[in-house]
Design a protein around this ligand. Structure first.
Ligand SMILES: [Mn+2]
Length: 304
């Protein structure tokens, strides 16, 4: 049994899983800490593809964090954290999201506005000056490509690109090609139900006391996804009964670089946030690809 569990957010993406894997290894290797990577939920198809590709084991599920010592990676809000977080001991946070964190003890809290948590971990590895194993460089590279949508997202910084290129040299892949490959593993909606699509990457927020849920799916062809719009809206209505004031679903077109935003609940807030009318349950937002940087801030502001 490990002393410390490194864990990302619920409905984990590739950055959450790969950051946990790489940072647990870093802690063991360089700090002599008995740390183990874990996950809060099932992994998505993209992450599965990445772990398979580099022959890395899927981290075990941590069903309940009560009484455990945790390092949180890729999130800091309790509403997005593993079950039992209130009864866990948090010893460190390493993240790149907006900060909504309160803790009664002093802890190590490291946050930087970069495109991926994996960028911060890779930087730590490079600072050590030792050789990074190929599979670790590989999962870190995949996480950066995933979170920055192959460098296209508004969240991508020059540091992410520089670190990714260094990692790509170790892995010996073309980062752009590899990025598209892993995105394709996730972007296919074939065989998925509307509920699968809504919940695959769904995050909870609280704005001015209102519970808000925001999901996102990335696609290569918006038209194909829009055929499922009615079904997804129905699922969103169902989900709203769990006490949400607003539910948003971003269908993000990686090629066109824009998002069809589906909304149920407080539509007036959405229209205020983006200055556009919601028609038939959705609105197209040109150039919007990042939930964190281009959707959460205006929506939160519109609640104010
Ligand atoms: Mn991330």
């Amino acid at each position: 049994m490990a002393d410390i569990y490194v864990i990302g957010h619920k409905a984990p993406d590739t950055d959450s899983i790969c950051s946990a894997i790489a940072y647990a290894r870093f802690k063991r290797e360089f700090e002599g800490v008995n740390a183990e990577a874990t996950r809060a939920d099932e992994i998505n198809p993209e992450t599965k593809y990445v772990l398979n590709y580099f022959k890395v084991d899927v981290p075990p599920l941590l069903g309940d964090a009560k009484g455990k010592k945790l390092i949180l990676v890729d999130h800091n809000e309790f509403s997005q954290a593993v079950n039992g977080i209130e009864g866990a001991e948090i010893i460190e946070v390493l993240d790149h999201h907006k900060i909504d964190f309160k803790y009664p003890e002093p802890i190590l809290f490291h946050s930087e506005p970069v495109g991926a948590t994996a960028t911060l971990i890779a930087k730590k590895y490079f600072e050590k000056g030792t050789k990074i194993p190929r599979e670790i460089a590989g999962v870190l590279l995949a996480a950066i490509l995933s979170d920055t949508v192959v460098f296209k997202s508004a969240t991508c910084t020059p540091v992410d690109r520089e670190i990714a290129l260094k990692l790509a040299k170790i892995v010996q892949v073309d980062p752009e090609k590899f990025g598209v490959e892993i995105k394709k593993a996730k972007a296919s909606l074939k065989g998925k139900t509307a509920a699968d699509i809504l919940m695959a990457d769904f995050k909870d927020y609280e704005f001015k006391g209102v519970k808000v849920g925001i999901g996102q799916v990335e696609v290569f062809d918006l038209q194909e996804a829009l055929e499922m719009k009615k079904g997804i809206l129905r699922e969103m209505e169902k989900k709203r009964e769990e006490g949400y004031g607003l539910i948003l679903m971003m269908i993000t077109d990686i090629i066109k670089e824009g998002t069809e935003l589906l909304a149920v609940g407080k539509i007036d807030v959405v229209e205020k946030a983006f200055g556009k009318k919601v028609k038939d349950g959705s609105v197209y937002l040109e150039g919007v690809m990042s939930r964190k940087k281009q959707v959460v801030p205006p929506v939160e502001k519109a609640f104010g």
